[in-house]
Design a protein around this ligand. Structure first.
Ligand SMILES: [Zn+2]
Length: 221
C-alpha cells in the first residue's frame, strides 16, 4: 500500500494518468445482482465498523439501497452495455456552421473521494458528413458522467466518442463543475469550481474557439 500522505496528495490534486477509466479485465463477469449482493454485504460491514446498529429499522435497508444506487444509478456508466446508441444521420441539409448544445447537466462522482461532481457542459461541433440527434449528446454525457471520474478525463472521453461518430475532429467541449470533495471537505471552498476545455480540428484556431465561447457566454481564452 502506498503511504498515506501520497494517497492524500493524489486525491487532493486530482491527478489522473489515464484517458481510459482503469477497469479490471474481469469487470463485467459478475451480474449486476451479484455485485449488488456483495456490495450490500461490504457496506454493511463499513456501517458496523463505524459503530452503527444496522438492525435499527431506519438503517437496516441502507446497505441494499446503497449497493443498488452504486450499480444501477451512480455508476451505471461503467458498463459498456449501458452505453447509449449514438445514431447519426447524413448531413443532407448540408449545414456547415457551428452547432452548439448548451447547459448539459453534469452529475458525476470524483474517483478519488467518491463524492459528487455537479455542473454543466457545453458542446459544439461543425458537421461535415454526419449529424447527431441532439438528445444523444446529452445521453452520452450522462453515460460517461456516471462512473467514478476525473473531470479532465470526462471531457476527453466525450470528445473522443463524438469525434468518432461524427467523423470529424471539429468538436469542442467545456465543462464547469463543482467538486464536493473541494467544497465539503479538505479546503472546504464553497465557491470555486473547475473549468476544463477540450477540442480538436478547427477549434484549435482561436477565432473559431472564441466564437463558441461567445455563444456559451464563457470567458474567452
Ligand atoms: Zn475528489
Amino acid at each position: 500500500m502506498k503511504d498515506k500522505e501520497h494517497i492524500e496528495a493524489v486525491g487532493d490534486h486530482h491527478f489522473s494518468a489515464n484517458i481510459k477509466t482503469p477497469l479490471r479485465a474481469d469487470a463485467f463477469e459478475k451480474s449486476d445482482d451479484e455485485k449488488i449482493e456483495n456490495i450490500q454485504h461490504h457496506f454493511k460491514m463499513i456501517m458496523q465498523e463505524m459503530g452503527l446498529d444496522v438492525t435499527d429499522d431506519s438503517l437496516s435497508g441502507t446497505p441494499y439501497r446503497f449497493a443498488k444506487m452504486y450499480i444501477k444509478e451512480l455508476f451505471y456508466g461503467l458498463n459498456p452495455a449501458n452505453k447509449p446508441k449514438l445514431s447519426t444521420f447524413d448531413n443532407t441539409y448540408g449545414y456547415k456552421k457551428m452547432l452548439v448544445e448548451q447547459h448539459i447537466n453534469i452529475d458525476s462522482s470524483c474517483e478519488h473521494h467518491f463524492l459528487p461532481i455537479v455542473g454543466h457542459a457545453h458542446i459544439g461541433y461543425i458537421p461535415t458528413k454526419k449529424v447527431i440527434g441532439l438528445s444523444k449528446i446529452n445521453r452520452l454525457v450522462d453515460y460517461y458522467a456516471h462512473r467514478p471520474q476525473v473531470q479532465e478525463r470526462l471531457a476527453v472521453q466525450i470528445l473522443n466518442d463524438l469525434q468518432d461518430v461524427l467523423e470529424t475532429k471539429d468538436v469542442i467541449i467545456i465543462i464547469n463543475a463543482k467538486h464536493l470533495c473541494v467544497s465539503s471537505r479538505g479546503i472546504k471552498d464553497q465557491n470555486s469550481y473547475t473549468t476544463t476545455l477540450e477540442y480538436g480540428g478547427c477549434f484549435s484556431k482561436r477565432a473559431t474557439r472564441n466564437e463558441f465561447l461567445n455563444i456559451v457566454g464563457e470567458q474567452k481564452l
